[in-house]
Design a protein around this ligand. Structure first.
Ligand code: HEC
Length: 382
């Protein structure tokens, strides 16, 4: 029973049997683990991983895998370095052990600290001021992020990912192993500034400041819904953005240059797909097509397939910079072939590397044909 008698403490808590220790403690030595996330990895359904997003003091922002009874080292360690009372950083001793402080004066043996699995520095060159939290992405809208730990920095609004498998592998007791991280070019700072002004924000800069961010802070947090889809919350412009797409850029992918129609391709049609829609355009097919469209396409192409620009949608996060917004699907121009079969094939296969991902496996063929009937019916209605 707790000291105030108002709640209970599990008997097997790590310090429940140690005299003078707080029996509530599960893990310690974290400076500011202000966001926690359970990763419901389907591969370990019975034992989800608890991740702590820990804001550092002097030099390092970290993600830590939380274990029963573990000591994460603060204030004697930060990141994978030793820290002095003056916040000076140094290398770890070869035999890294810390006293277990039961109180300011009483210690109870020693413990080897548990080291972070992800870290980034307080540096202008690719770092930040304070980790914002994050999630292992288990949604379906952004296949490129699947099974990746997506996290970011509060002030700079930078966003990174690490492979989920690398994150788990870095939880090996060796300070030298941390998961490699890669930055996602979400351009969130500029988006936040633009929305701040568009919504009547006063002054030249977004509010706040940070040592690394300089004047103005994005004030980023992450959220997740039941389907595992990601949301970015930015306090400075008061916006919640759903992450609905990403473009994968590799060294061999030429960056999109000027905005404008993609070059017309003669035939997008996959082999075996008929040129004419085999599903008759009955009211039932059109209605089913509208349902599939509303659920899967409207977020990008607009509620009436009028295209993101005419629908007033800012397809912003992981924006197609300089590239194309989701186009009008009711006009007479099809960039990737205009037969029923071409349109079917584009919907099924997608248009990599753009954020138009393929719906094969997510929508039945019949439903894709229904969507084609629905889109054709919109054209007729104009
Ligand atoms: C995440 C945003 C996104 C979603 C969701 C999305 N699209 Fe797209 N779509 C795009 C973008 C961007 C393009 C333009 C790609 C290009 O040509 O550069 C596009 C292109 C297309 C095209 C080609 C248009 C042409 O002129 O040839 C079709 C057809 C299409 N989408 C249909 C759909 C349908 C149907 C759905 C739902 C089942 C859907 N899209 C869902 C972003 C999206």
């Amino acid at each position: 029973m707790s000291e105030n008698g108002r709640y209970r403490i599990p008997n097997d808590n790590p310090f429940a049997a140690i005299d003078g220790a707080r029996k509530e403690i599960w893990a310690y030595g974290l400076r500011n683990p202000h966001r926690l996330a359970w990763d419901p990895n389907p591969a370990h359904a019975g034992a989800p991983t608890l991740l702590a997003f820990n804001i550092g003091l002097a030099t390092w922002e970290t993600v830590d895998v939380i274990h029963k009874g573990a000591n994460y080292g603060y204030p004697l360690r930060e990141g994978t370095q030793a820290m002095s009372p003056e916040n000076g950083m140094g290398s770890l001793p070869a035999d890294d052990r810390l006293p277990v402080h039961v109180s300011d004066t009483v210690t109870h043996g020693t413990v080897t600290p548990t080291y972070p699995v992800v870290e980034y520095p307080h540096s202008r060159d690719g770092g930040g001021d304070a980790i914002a939290g994050g999630f292992v992405y288990r949604g379906t809208l952004v296949p490129a992020l699947r099974d990746k730990l997506v996290f970011g920095d509060i002030t700079t609004g930078r966003i990174w990912y690490a492979n989920g498998a690398d994150v788990l592998a870095a939880d090996d007791g060796n300070p030298a192993t941390v998961a490699p991280i890669a930055e996602i070019d979400a351009d969130l700072r500029r988006l936040t500034e633009t929305a701040f002004r568009a919504r009547g924000g006063r002054g030249d800069e977004i509010p706040g400041m940070g040592a690394v961010a300089g004047r103005g802070r994005v004030d980023l947090r992450f959220a997740e819904d039941n389907d595992g889809e990601l949301y970015l919350l930015t306090k400075s412009d008061g916006m919640i953005r759903k992450v609905i797409g990403a473009r994968v850029e590799t060294a061999s992918t030429p960056a999109a240059t000027a905005a404008g129609p993609a070059p017309a391709r003669d035939v997008a049609r996959q082999p075996g797909v008929p040129a004419r829609n085999p599903v008759a355009a009955t009211p039932a097919s059109i209605a089913a097509g509208k349902r599939a469209y509303d659920a899967n396409c409207a977020a990008c192409h607009g509620n009436a397939a009028q295209g993101a620009v005419r629908a007033g949608l800012a397809i912003s996060i992981i924006e197609e910079q300089g590239g194309r917004q989701p186009p009008d699907l009711t006009d007479a121009e099809w960039d990737h072939g205009s037969s029923d079969g071409d349109i079917f094939s584009v919907i099924a296969r997608g248009l990599p590397p753009t954020m138009m991902t393929g719906f094969e496996g997510r929508l039945a063929d019949q439903d894709i044909w229904n969507v084609v009937n629905y889109l054709r019916s919109l054209r007729q209605g104009r």
